[in-house]
Ligand binder design. Structure first.
Ligand code: FAD
Length: 427
C-alpha cells in the first residue's frame, strides 16, 4: 500500500501543524515518523533534559495516536540512513515536513532532497515554526534587516491576522493504522532527567510588561522550550494574545529577527557579526570561566543566575543579559565560550536566539549595545532584585553579612574592558 509520511522535527504536537495537516489532507494514509539524530545526540550527556522532554512529548503523542489505532515510527541513527530504512519498510509516495532554518538543518535537507529525488519520492516542505521566514520581511531594496526596530515595524505591517494565524487542525483518522517501533530512551543510551520543562500557562502573562524584568516574579511565559521543540505552535500563542500583549508579541518578533539573521548571515555561528571586533584580545582565563559557570564570581546576581541555570535549565532573561555581559566585559572571556555553556544547559537553547543574544551582549552582534556600555551588576541587582529575593533563592550565602569576595572589582574591570575593546577595534 502506498503511503505518505510526515517527518516530525521541531513541531512535536498533534495540533495546528501546517505540514502535518497538508499530509493528512492528501489522499493517502499518513505515517508520522521521528528521527533521533545520532549526530546530534552523541554530543549530549546521558541525562540531557531536552532529550527526556522530546521523548516524553512523543510518547504522549503516541498515546493519543493509539486512539486512532496508529502511532509514530521512531528511528535512531543518521537521518539519511533512517530514511533509507523507511523506504525499505514502506512504499512511500511523498515525505512531508516543516522547514527548519539552522545551517545544519539546511544542509541535511539538501541531502534529503537529492536522496528522495533519486528514489522518486516527493518531498514537500512548509513554513510552520515562524510567521515570517527567510526573506519575507526585508528592507524595501530586498536586503535583510540588521536592526530590530525597523524589522519589527515591517513585520507588523505585513502581519495579517486573518490568514497568518489560522489553525491548521489535524484530521488524525487519516493516519496509517498499525503498531510501529519506537526506541526507548535507554535504547539510545539516555536516562530520564530530573530537570523538567514547565507546562504552558499563559495566565502568567497577566502583567507581562510590568513584571517581565524582575527575576523574582514569575512574570514571563516559560514558553522557550515549547517554541523550540514546537510542542505549541507560534500561531496558537498569537491567537490568544490581546491588545495589551503588544510587548509580549515584540519578544516573539525578536525570535524571528534572530532567525532571519542566522539565515542570511550564517557566518555568525562561529564569527563576530561585525568583523571590526575580530581584533579583541580576549583574556580567556580558564579558572575565571569555571567560577562563572559554577556561580562563584562574588557578584550576587551573576551567581544566582548561573546557579538557576545549572539547577533548572532556565535563567531569567534579565539575568541572562547580566551574566553574559559580565563574562564578556568584566572577565574578557570570548562570547563563544559563554554561548557554548548556555547551549549545553538551556532547555530553550536555540542557535539563532542564543547566538544573537550573546553577540548582542558582547557588543559584536547586529543591533548590539555599544561596547563602552558595561552593565554594572550591582546596579542591576538594586534595580531588579532590590530585596534580594531571587538572589537568596539561588545563592543563599548572600543572605549572610559577609559576601564572597568578587572575582574582579567593577570599576577596574569596566575600564579594562573599554580599553581592550577600543584597542581591538583600532588595530
Ligand atoms: P518570555 O519573556 O515569556 O518571551 C516569550 C518568548 O519570546 C520566548 O520564549 C522566546 O521564544 C521569545 N523571546 C523572548 N526574548 C527573546 C530574545 N531576547 N531573543 C529571542 N527571542 C526572545 N532565547 C531562546 O529561546 N533560546 C536561547 O538559547 C536564548 N539564549 C539567550 C542567551 C542570552 C545571553 C540572552 C541574553 C538571551 C537569550 N534568549 C534565548 C532570550 C530570552 O532570554 C529567552 O527567550 C527567555 O528568557 C525565555 O523565557 P520565556 O519563555 O519565559 O520568555
Amino acid at each position: 500500500m502506498k503511503i505518505n509520511v510526515f517527518w516530525i522535527r521541531r513541531d512535536i504536537r498533534l495540533s495546528d501543524n501546517v505540514g502535518f495537516a497538508a499530509a493528512l489532507n492528501d489522499n493517502l494514509p499518513v505515517l508520522p515518523i521521528f528521527i533521533f539524530d545520532k549526530q546530534i545526540l552523541d554530543e549530549l550527556p546521558e541525562d540531557d533534559a531536552r532529550v527526556s522532554f522530546i521523548h516524553e512529548e512523543l510518547s504522549k503523542m503516541n498515546t493519543s495516536l493509539s486512539k486512532h489505532e496508529s502511532g509514530i515510527r521512531g528511528y535512531y541513527g543518521k537521518p539519511l540512513d533512517c530514511l533509507a530504512q523507511l523506504l525499505e519498510e514502506f512504499e512511500v509516495n511523498a515525505l512531508y515536513t516543516n522547514r527548519d532554518y539552522e545551517p545544519y538543518a539546511l544542509n541535511r535537507d539538501k541531502e534529503v532532497t537529492e536522496f528522495l529525488e533519486k528514489e522518486n519520492v516527493g518531498f514537500h516542505t512548509f513554513k510552520d515554526q515562524v510567521i515570517f521566514e527567510k526573506s519575507e520581511v526585508t528592507k524595501d531594496d530586498g536586503n535583510p534587516y540588521t536592526v530590530y526596530t525597523p524589522f519589527k515595524n515591517k513585520w507588523l505591517s505585513h502581519f495579517d491576522e486573518a490568514t497568518m494565524i489560522q489553525d491548521h487542525a489535524l484530521n488524525l483518522t487519516n493516519c496509517l493504522k498499525g503498531k510501529f517501533d519506537f526506541p526507548a530512551l535507554e535504547d539510545m543510551g539516555f536516562v530520564e532527567s530530573s530537570i523538567k520543562v514547565r507546562p504552558i500557562d499563559l495566565t502568567q502573562l497577566e502583567n507581562y510588561e510590568e513584571t517581565r524584568n524582575f527575576p523574582a516574579t514569575d512574570g514571563t511565559s516559560y514558553l522557550g522550550p515549547h517554541l523550540r521543540f514546537g510542542t505549541v505552535s507560534v500561531r496558537s500563542i498569537i491567537r490568544k494574545l490581546e491588545k495589551k500583549d503588544e510587548v509580549f508579541l515584540s519578544e516573539l518578533i525578536w525570535r524571528e529577527f534572530f532567525m532571519q539573521i542566522l539565515f542570511h548571515f550564517p557566518h555568525v555561528v562561529s564569527n563576530n557579526f561585525r568583523d571590526k571586533y575580530d581584533g579583541i584580545k580576549w583574556r580567556n582565563n580558564k579558572e575565571e570561566f569555571d567560577k562563572w559557570c559554577q556561580g562563584k564570581t562574588g557578584y550576587p546576581l551573576v551567581d544566582a543566575g548561573m546557579r538557576q541555570l545549572n539547577k533548572t535549565g532556565y535563567m531569567h532573561n534579565r539575568v541572562r543579559m547580566v551574566t553574559a555581559s559580565f563574562l564578556c566585559k568584566h572577565l574578557l572571556i570570548d562570547w563563544r565560550w559563554g554561548e557554548a555553556y548556555f547551549a549545553q544547559k538551556l532547555l530553550d537553547y536555540e542557535l539563532a536566539s542564543n547566538n544573537g543574544n550573546w553577540q548582542w551582549s558582547a557588543g559584536t552582534g547586529c543591533d548590539a549595545s555599544p561596547y563602552f556600555r558595561v552593565f554594572n551588576p550591582e546596579n542591576q541587582l538594586t534595580k531588579f532584585d532590590k530585596k534580594m529575593i531571587y538572589v537568596q533563592k539561588w545563592a543563599p550565602e548572600y543572605s549572610e553579612l559577609i559576601f564572597p569576595t568578587p572575582i574582579v572589582e567593577h570599576k577596574f574591570a569596566r575600564e579594562r574592558a573599554i580599553a581592550t575593546y577600543k584597542e581591538g577595534i583600532e588595530n
